[in-house]
Write a protein that binds this ligand. Structure first.
Ligand SMILES: Cc1cc2nc3c(=O)[nH]c(=O)nc-3n(C[C@H](O)[C@H](O)[C@H](O)COP(=O)(O)O)c2cc1C
Length: 416
C-alpha cells in the first residue's frame, strides 16, 4: 500500500514532500507553523490577512492603534470611504511579516503566503497590488491567490523582477473558474505553477454557493485534471478539503494529484495560532456543531462552529481600526446590518446582529471559529487526559502522520 512519502512534488528545481499546509488567516497558520512545515520538507503558508494586527502582535508595532487615531472622527459614519489604508504602511507591515519569517526559514521546504483577494480594503486593486509586491520584495517563496479570484492579479505583479521566478498558484473550486483565470492571464505569458482544487469540505470561505453540499472534491479534481491533460497543460494539481488521513492523501496521488493541501488537522497543534482553549473547542466539536453559514460580509459561505462567539454578537463595527472588508466605496455589509439593528433597538435592549458578523474584529480575537468539515474527527487524533483536556499535538507529529500512514490509520501521540 502506498503512502504520501512514495511521492514527491516538483516545483521548478525544488523537490518537496507533497504536503502543503494551507493558509489560515488571521494568523491561525502562524509563521511558526509554516516554518515547521518547511523544515520538514513541505510547503507551509503564512497569511497576509489583517497584516497590520498580525505585525503588531509579532513585533510590537502600532499600525492598528495609529490607524484608529487617524480615523476615529469617522466612527459614527456608515460611509467609511475616508478610512483609506496608507499604501506605504501596508507595504511596510507586509515586508516585516514576510521578511522576518523568511529569515527564520530552515530546511528544504518552502514558505508561501496566502493572499485572499476578497480582502477589498477600501481600495481593492491598489491594496492587492501592494500586498503582492511587498511579499515578493520580502523574499516569499510563493503566493497562493485565494478567495475572490481577482482575474487581474497576475497583471498587478507582471513588471516585478521576481514575477517569473516566484511560485504562483491559485485556489479554484470549479473548472470554469480555472478556465476564466487562465484566459485572463494568457497575455502575461505566465501560467500558475500550481492549482489548488478546493472542494466543499474545506475550512474558511467556500468557493461555492448554498448548494455546496452537492459538490464533490474528487469529481471536480478529475474534471480539471482531464481538461488540463486534453489541453496539454502541465500544472501541478493540489486537491484540498476533507483530506484527513495519510490514506486519503495517498488515494488522490493515485488519481494524479501532485500534492495535497491540508489544514484542519493542524488547528490543534502547538504551532497553530488559535488560543489553547479554542483548540479544545475544536477537539470537542461534534458534527452537529459544524455549519456553513452566510454571516461573512465577504458574501461567501463560510464554515464554522455554531457555538463560536462571533455568531449573534452585536459588536460595534471597527472599520476605522481594521476595515479589511470595506468595498471600493467604503461599505461593509456588517456595518449596515449593525446600523439596522441599532436603529430598531428598544430602550434597554442590547444590539444583536444575526445575519452578518464583524469578521475583522472576531477573526482578530479568534472568536470566529472557522473550521473544516472534519473538525469533529479531531478528537480521534489525540489523547484525552484525566482532566478532560485533549493533548495538543506537534505540527511534526501531524505532518509525519500524513507522510507515512496508510489506510485510514491515524497515529496517536505517545504517552510520556
Ligand atoms: C481554521 C481555518 C482557516 C482557514 N483560513 C483560510 C484562509 O484564510 N484563506 C484560505 O485560502 N483558506 C483558508 N482555509 C482553507 C485551508 O487553507 C485549506 O485549503 C482547507 O481547509 C483544507 O481542507 P482541510 O481543512 O479539510 O484539511 C482555512 C481552513 C481552516 C481550517
Amino acid at each position: 500500500m502506498k503512502c504520501v512519502d512514495d511521492f514527491r512534488l516538483r516545483l521548478g528545481s525544488h523537490e518537496l514532500v507533497p504536503i502543503v499546509v494551507g493558509g489560515m488567516g488571521v494568523d491561525i497558520s502562524t509563521a511558526a507553523l509554516a516554518l515547521e512545515v518547511a523544515r520538514l520538507g513541505g510547503i507551509g503558508h503564512i497569511s497576509d490577512a489583517m497584516v497590520h494586527t498580525v505585525t503588531d502582535r509579532r513585533f510590537h508595532t502600532h499600525y492598528v492603534r495609529d490607524r484608529l487615531r487617524q480615523y476615529k472622527f469617522n466612527i459614527g459614519n456608515l460611509d467609511k470611504s475616508v478610512a483609506q489604508f496608507d499604501l506605504g504602511l501596508l507595504a511596510e507591515a507586509t515586508r516585516l511579516h514576510v521578511s522576518k519569517t523568511m529569515e527564520a526559514k530552515r530546511g528544504p521546504g518552502l514558505v508561501f503566503i496566502n493572499c485572499m483577494e476578497k480582502l477589498t480594503m477600501n481600495n481593492p486593486r491598489e491594496t492587492l497590488r501592494v500586498r503582492l509586491r511587498a511579499a515578493m520584495d520580502a523574499g516569499i517563496d510563493g503566493i497562493t491567490l485565494s478567495a475572490g479570484l481577482h482575474l487581474g492579479s497576475f497583471a498587478l505583479m507582471e513588471d516585478h523582477p521576481r514575477f517569473r521566478d516566484i511560485k504562483l498558484g491559485i485556489i479554484v473550486s470549479s473548472l470554469r473558474a480555472l478556465q476564466l483565470f487562465l484566459k485572463k492571464i494568457a497575455r502575461t505569458g505566465r501560467r500558475p505553477d500550481y492549482i489548488v482544487v478546493e472542494g466543499p469540505l474545506a475550512g474558511g470561505h467556500l468557493g461555492f454557493g448554498d448548494d455546496w453540499a452537492q459538490f464533490d472534491l474528487i469529481a471536480i479534481f478529475t474534471e480539471i485534471r482531464d481538461w488540463l491533460r486534453a489541453e496539454k497543460l502541465d500544472i501541478a494539481l493540489i486537491p484540498a478539503g476533507g483530506i484527513f488521513t495519510g490514506g486519503d492523501a495517498a488515494h488522490v496521488f493515485e488519481l494524479g494529484a501532485a500534492a495535497v493541501q491540508v489544514a484542519t488537522r493542524f488547528t490543534v497543534t502547538n504551532e497553530c495560532g488559535l488560543p489553547d482553549d479554542v483548540k479544545q473547542e475544536y477537539f470537542r466539536a461534534t458534527e452537529e456543531q459544524i455549519e456553513v453559514n452566510r454571516i461573512s460580509p465577504t458574501g461567501y459561505p463560510m464554515r464554522m462552529l455554531k457555538n463560536c462567539p462571533a455568531l449573534g454578537a452585536g459588536t460595534r463595527p471597527n472599520c476605522e481600526a481594521f476595515g479589511y472588508l470595506l468595498d471600493s466605496s467604503g461599505h461593509c455589509t456588517y456595518a449596515e446590518s449593525y446600523e439596522r439593528e441599532r436603529l430598531a433597538l428598544a430602550p434597554g435592549q442590547k444590539i444583536v446582529v444575526h445575519d452578518k458578523t464583524c469578521l475583522c474584529t472576531h477573526m482578530r480575537s479568534f472568536d470566529c471559529w472557522t473550521c473544516g468539515h472534519f473538525t469533529w474527527r479531531l478528537k480521534d487524533t489525540s489523547l484525552r487526559d484525566a482532566d478532560g483536556q485533549y493533548r495538543l499535538l506537534s505540527a511534526e507529529h501531524v505532518f509525519r502522520d500524513y507522510q507515512y500512514s496508510t489506510g485510514g490509520k491515524i497515529e496517536l501521540p505517545r504517552i510520556d
